[in-house]
Write a protein that binds this ligand. Structure first.
Ligand code: FAD
Length: 494
């Protein structure tokens, strides 16, 4: 049995080999100490609390892909069961590490940092224990371009508004260049007590395989992420600034789920987009618009890091006692894409089918829920957490607080999206609605976003019977808007 010292690479939301600083440090340590690498993933309560149905599906595929990529780079053939290179565990991470160390000569441990409070608390405790035991233990910046403690206002406080935040980021030390995956990994090649098979993690869709639409749209894993990046840069980035708000044009990168699981790093994206800008004079504007969206991701993570509980507690205290409506039937109609507002229903059905929704449509469906229906933003957050493949501990609560008006740099209370005007502006021919709400496919352009305004003759010609083949709206747009304004005004005065 080998007595070579072991360096543990603890994978979490960084399921990639390239541009992975913790993995690089692990392989380097193993080389310098004539040791070997033990790559682990632990489905502990902190991670499983952050997963919904769609992200569980993604994670299973992503772990499979990572395992294969590690195995391809191993210089020994491991004899450790079906899931060969990456060792999987369940349970509290600290307990898993204790148990490994009881029987194996672990000398070092490395990971990339996370920014939510439960992960920080867990990681800080583990680091302290490991260092007490005399282990080398180091964490790295890999998930963000800028650490939350690196970007401050002139007065030394945290930014609460995006534009000055992003300006300050751009004036900071430029993000480092990405680096390649290690050529070879000297793998710890023996059985480890407690390691489990992938199916033990119980990540597959239940009670039946509902994920066909997700597989059609996405290819989880590092290769899928890089293919997606290059396809976007080659074919779509040139039109991004002009068309990014149009759900009827597929022009955005759809990199969000890959970023969520760290199958690609923001450094790789940042530098590839900058190369595009250098190589395409006159296209700098579109590249910088795209990079500013990555900036929103940074901002959301910084807010997450500084907040006590971004998921549950509104950042603005005055919202704590807001009188949200108790309307379970409306909530269910919204979840099922049966609100009677075509663009909202299209978005909710796209989400259900593919695990994804266009950003503009996320804003429209969010606004209808929180403003017109006065349903608590945390209900929307919970549904998105369960159904989005990119559901992320930072972007999702940050965005829902933004929609609710209670977050950082939030939409002002009087910004109430009108789903008809939004539809007419961003899906002018109704192509997006026709794709996802087939019962309205034959409605004329003029009425596709407001079928209730069409005459009985037009409805009949399109095969639509409101209240039967397609719902009547849950609430009048004017009535919902006035009710929301009154509720938000009351809060403002209170
Ligand atoms: P692109 O336009 O190609 O942008 C590139 C990357 O920038 C994205 O992949 C994402 O990482 C980041 N980004 C883009 N827009 C935003 C934004 N507004 N805020 C923060 N980061 C952004 N994004 C998530 O990644 N996970 C979520 O759970 C999530 N929940 C959301 C909930 C609501 C109510 C709203 C309004 C937005 C939410 N977003 C979320 C933000 C945004 O909608 C998605 O990041 C974007 O639609 C992903 O598509 P894309 O990769 O094609 O984006």
């Amino acid at each position: 049995m080998t007595k070579r010292p072991i360096a543990i690479m603890w994978f979490r939301n960084d399921l990639r080999l390239a541009d992975n600083p913790a993995l690089r440090a692990t392989t380097q340590w193993a080389r310098e100490h004539d040791g070997c690498v033990l790559p682990v993933f632990i489905l502990d309560p902190v991670i499983s609390d952050q997963l919904g149905g769609a992200t569980r599906w993604w994670l299973e595929k992503s772990l499979t892909s990572l395992d294969r990529s590690i195995a391809e780079r191993c210089d020994v053939s491991a004899n450790i069961g079906a899931f060969s290179a990456l060792r999987l565990f369940t349970g509290k991470a600290s307990g898993v590490f204790d148990s490994i160390m009881e029987t194996r000569p672990v000398g070092a441990m490395f990971w990339n940092r996370l920014y939510d409070q439960p992960s920080i608390t867990r990681d800080t405790g583990i680091k302290a224990t490991m260092m007490d035991r005399g282990l080398t233990c180091e964490s790295f910046k890999a998930q963000l371009l800028f650490e939350p403690w690196e970007v401050k206002t002139g007065g030394g406080t945290d930014f609460k508004v995006f534009s000055p935040f992003w300006r300050a980021c751009q004036k900071s030390q430029p993000p480092r260049a990405p680096f390649k995956a290690p050529d070879t990994i000297t793998l710890f090649d023996q059985i480890i007590k407690g390691a489990v098979e992938l199916n033990t993690l119980d990540l597959s869709p239940k009670p039946f395989d509902w994920a066909a639409g997700l597989s059609e749209r996405f290819t989880p894993g590092e290769k899928g992420a890089m293919d997606q990046l290059f396809e976007f840069i080659d074919d779509r980035l040139q039109d991004y600034a002009d068309l990014r708000d149009r759900p009827d044009h597929r022009v955005t990168s759809e990199l969000s789920p890959h970023l969520r699981f760290g199958e690609i790093s923001p450094f790789q994206i940042f530098h590839t987009a900058n190369h595009f800008a250098d190589a395409n004079p006159g296209k700098g504007k579109t590249a910088s618009k795209f990079l500013s969206e990555l900036g929103w991701r940074e901002f959301a993570h910084h807010i997450l890091f500084h907040a006590k509980d971004l998921r549950s507690a509104p950042l603005q205290d005055k919202f704590r006692d807001f009188a949200w409506a108790d309307a379970p039937d409306d909530l269910e109609a919204w979840q099922r894409g049966q609100t009677g507002f075509p663009i909202v229903d299209a978005g909710m059905r796209e989400l259900w089918h593919t695990g994804y929704m266009h950003n503009r449509v996320r804003m429209i469906v969010g606004s209808i829920l929180v403003k017109h229906l006065l349903i608590d933003w945390r209900e929307g957050l919970a549904w998105f957490d369960d159904t989005l493949v990119d559901a992320c501990p930072a972007n999702n609560p940050f965005s829902w607080q933004w929609i609710g008006g209670c977050g950082a740099d939030a939409a002002p209370y009087f910004r109430i999206f009108n789903p008809v005007l939004q539809g007419e502006k961003f899906d002018p021919k109704g192509a997006y609605v026709r794709q996802w709400v087939p019962e309205l496919r034959d409605m004329p352009e003029q009425f596709i976003h407001k079928p209730w305004d069409a005459s009985p003759l037009i409805l009949k010609a399109a095969g639509v019977t409101l209240g039967e083949t397609y719902p009547v709206p849950l609430i009048g747009l004017k009535e919902g808007r006035e009710r929301a304004l009154a509720a938000y005004q009351a809060l403002k005065k209170g």
